[in-house]
Design a protein around this ligand. Structure first.
Ligand code: HSE
Length: 319
């Protein structure tokens, strides 16, 4: 971002929720949604470093200790990178439900990093902002993965290649692509959902997974829905995580029966996402998933039907 003539006293940033993995891309694929999202306000304050963190919309559950808060850790990353001793106060407004599989901690971290950089006129590039956001994300999940933070930051369907630095590649999506998401009234902590994965996979699962990941990229580049449908399958994480989400297989099948092209766990769950052609199919898939969660697991769901959000995080107020 270019440096303004005078530094602002306050910056408010919206960062969107995201669905990640998309079946075959464990830790490397993610897509931003139009809503919901988290907002973070970073204000100039007396003192040095992060002087306070407050959180709303979380039922009092998100830590306000800057060393344990995703936005706080990301803002601290920005201060470190810029070598800044400025004092800042952080306000996090949670719009994304906790432990939902919709990239909530990543969105808070992204919004914090972007807001702090804008407040301080840092001009960090997007890779640096991603790395700062990942510091916040790491604390929550216990692992380095940028498949929620990357799409929340830059928008769209993103392939993120792990490494130092990670590399973000935005992939095109078909114009008629819509995502339907059912978020059931249950929680799955990403940290726990990663412990059920173990450390090894059979070679045959690896072959399926990298074939599907390559096929998904080709399908998106060509706008080939048949290829996308065939390749949005998870041979690695989903089979081991299905047990964490009561009713999952029934819900997934209900989305396909209602006209979705493909469906699967959103990130580590419990949300289930369906890729659909057009809004009518997406509305039907969303309603079918809500019915299936109610019947199979006895829980209500919040529904989201969204285009890919191609904008990513945005400054909504600066002054
Ligand atoms: N790729 C991460 C995982 C996303 O599946 O654990 C967490 O939402």
């Amino acid at each position: 971002m270019s440096k303004p003539a005078r530094l602002p006293l306050k910056v408010r940033v919206f960062a969107p929720a995201s669905v990640s993995n998309l079946g075959c891309g464990f830790d490397i694929f993610g897509m931003a949604l139009e809503r919901p999202g988290d907002e973070v306000v970073v204000r100039a304050a007396e003192g040095k470093g992060i002087v306070s963190v407050s959180v709303t919309g979380d039922g009092g559950r998100v830590p306000t200790d800057p060393a344990r808060n995703a936005a706080g850790l990301a803002v601290n990353g920005v201060l470190d990178r810029l070598g800044s001793a400025a004092g800042v106060a952080i306000e996090v407004r949670k719009g994304i439900p906790l432990a939902s599989g919709l990239g909530g901690s990543a969105a808070s971290a992204v919004a914090g990093a972007v807001a702090a950089d804008a407040l301080l006129g840092g001009g960090l590039d997007r890779t640096a902002l991603l790395e700062c956001a990942m510091i916040g994300e790491r604390k929550g999940s216990g692992a380095d993965h940028a498949d929620n933070a990357a799409p929340s930051l830059i928008g769209g369907f993103v392939l993120v290649l792990p490494g130092h630095p990670p590399k973000m590649v935005q992939l095109p999506t078909p114009d008629d692509l819509m995502v339907a998401v059912a978020h059931p009234a249950m929680e799955v902590e990403t940290r726990r959902a990663r412990t059920v994965l173990g450390d090894t996979i059979p070679l045959s699962a690896g072959v399926q997974q990298w074939g599907n990941a390559a096929g998904m990229v080709a399908g998106l580049l060509r706008g080939d829905w048949e290829l996308i449908a065939r390749c949005m399958r998870d041979a690695v994480a989903e089979p081991r995580r299905a047990q964490l989400v009561p009713g999952f297989e029934t819900v997934k099948a209900s989305a396909i029966d209602a006209g979705a092209v493909a469906a699967g766990l959103s990130g580590s769950g419990p949300s289930v996402l369906a890729l659909c052609r057009g809004r009518t199919a997406a509305d039907s898939a969303a309603a079918a998933m809500a019915d299936a969660f109610r019947e199979a697991a006895g829980v209500a769901s919040d529904l989201v039907v969204s285009h890919a959000n191609t904008e990513g995080a945005r400054v909504v107020e600066m002054g």
